[in-house]
Design a protein around this ligand. Structure first.
Ligand code: FAD
Length: 387
């Protein structure tokens, strides 16, 4: 961004490419493209018609080949799969990926580069954008034109409409909860996307050497649905008091086929690992049903779950914020929006900020139960039928 600011004003308004072509940076696991990357493909559809979408996959070994076959057939919008097969990409380190994006963009001159807003995308995109000397846009929740995007600010209490006026490529991370996959029709075997190997001869080995290294991966060995995409999420807060008690939440989730979430207070207290944290600094979820037990409803937590379709809260304090209306939180808007706009004009994006419509009138919880979770959860466990 520093380099970007030093460039002359005229170059900031470089022309947009006439035709649309999008590169989606895709994450894969166990031989399949992750759902959040497919949501990024969905998002690309909103950029405009005749958008040619390529998927960039990197890794090494048989799982990459499997993921490539999956990528070629998983979404009708993908016309090409670019495969970077090298032990440089065995682990998704941001430095290697950023240089890869740089190499691929130099050859492909894409108008847009998109990835999901998870830790994969948030790690890689800013580095790649710095290498390409453009200013990235993060956490896009709506695309209303090829260069017009909506993104939440102030922990979701206001939405800003951003017009990208920089040069190509326009780079962004998108929230997968805002671009659900829906019913994506599978492709027939004869109608799969082309798979091309990325020529890595110009890949610079020097970029970012030694800046980070892969130590290991620890993830929960669980059959529960992925928190980011689950239809039901059961969340526990500090009120659970211990890791042992938190198992009640896990049991309930098991009965309902749900994912488990937690507040930051519960994570900080060591009840559960931080990959379960929901909120501004955790995961963003938008399930059909969100059940919160012993969660106060702090603004930073609401930022991660407010788009859930139905919210149920159990809290022994009838005055807990989770039982109140959004208007309690709109005071944050007293920040000077005009100074924000001025600041962002210097970054060559135009912002139009407005409080979110529903923030003024909607209740946080659709259903609220004032009571002690240590009585209510055992009762629910007893009365709910086995899965
Ligand atoms: P508390 O606020 O302590 O609430 C516990 C609730 O449980 C209370 O409402 C109480 O009435 C109720 N309760 C107690 N006993 C019982 C019982 N027996 N039965 C029923 N109810 C009971 N938080 C997040 O969750 N996610 C984030 O991503 C996040 N990011 C943050 C980022 C920043 C920069 C900051 C400053 C904070 C962030 N926080 C985040 C922390 C957030 O501000 C709150 O501190 C946190 O969400 C509170 O968690 P809690 O609701 O579990 O705990």
């Amino acid at each position: 961004v520093g380099a970007f600011r030093n460039r002359s004003f005229a170059t900031h308004f470089a022309s947009y490419s006439r035709s649309l072509s999008t590169l989606v940076l895709a994450e894969h696991e166990g031989g399949s493209v992750k759902a959040s990357s497919l949501s990024a493909v969905e998002a690309a559809k909103f950029l405009g018609e005749d958008n040619s979408v390529s998927l960039l996959l990197a890794g090494s070994g048989p799982s990459l080949q499997e993921a490539a076959s999956h990528a070629a057939s998983c979404h009708p919008s993908v016309s090409k799969v670019l495969l970077a097969d090298s032990d440089k990409f065995t682990y998704p380190l941001a430095e290697a990926w950023a240089e890869l994006v740089h190499v691929v963009q130099q050859r492909g001159s894409y108008s847009h580069i998109i990835t999901g807003s998870g830790s994969f995308g948030k790690n890689i995109l800013p580095r790649a954008a710095a290498l390409l000397d453009v200013s990235p846009i993060t956490d896009v929740i709506e695309i209303t034109g090829s260069h017009l995007f909506v993104r939440p600010i102030y922990a979701g209490n206001a939405l800003s409409t951003v017009r990208y006026t920089g040069s190509d490529p326009c780079m962004m991370t998108v929230r997968s909860t805002s671009f659900p996959l829906g019913a994506v029709s599978a492709r027939s075997e004869s109608n799969t996307a082309v798979i091309d190997k990325v020529d890595l001869s110009t890949f610079s080995e020097d970029y970012g050497v030694g800046k980070s290294k892969y130590i290991g991966l620890s993830s929960q060995d669980t059959e529960r649905p992925d928190l980011g995409n689950a239809r039901i999420v059961i969340t526990g807060g500090r009120a659970l008091k211990s890791a042992e008690n938190f198992k009640m939440i896990e049991k309930l989730a098991e009965k309902l086929g749900a994912a488990v979430g937690a507040t930051r207070a519960a994570v900080d207290a060591g009840f559960v690992p931080n990959e379960l944290q929901v909120g501004q600094t955790g995961k963003i979820v938008a399930p059909e049903l969100y059940m919160a037990f012993g969660v106060s409803g702090a603004i930073q937590h609401l930022a991660g779950m407010r788009d859930s379709k139905v919210i149920v809260a159990v809290n022994k304090d009838a005055d807990a914020p989770i039982f109140q209306v959004w208007s309690n939180h709109t005071s944050l808007l007293s920040f000077s929006l005009s100074s924000l706009i001025q600041q962002d004009h210097q970054r060559l994006c135009e912002y139009d900020c407005s409080p979110t419509q529903d923030s003024l009138e909607l209740q946080v919880a659709d259903y609220g139960l004032v009571g002690d979770l240590f009585e209510i959860i055992p009762e629910l466990l007893e009365k709910l039928p086995e899965k």
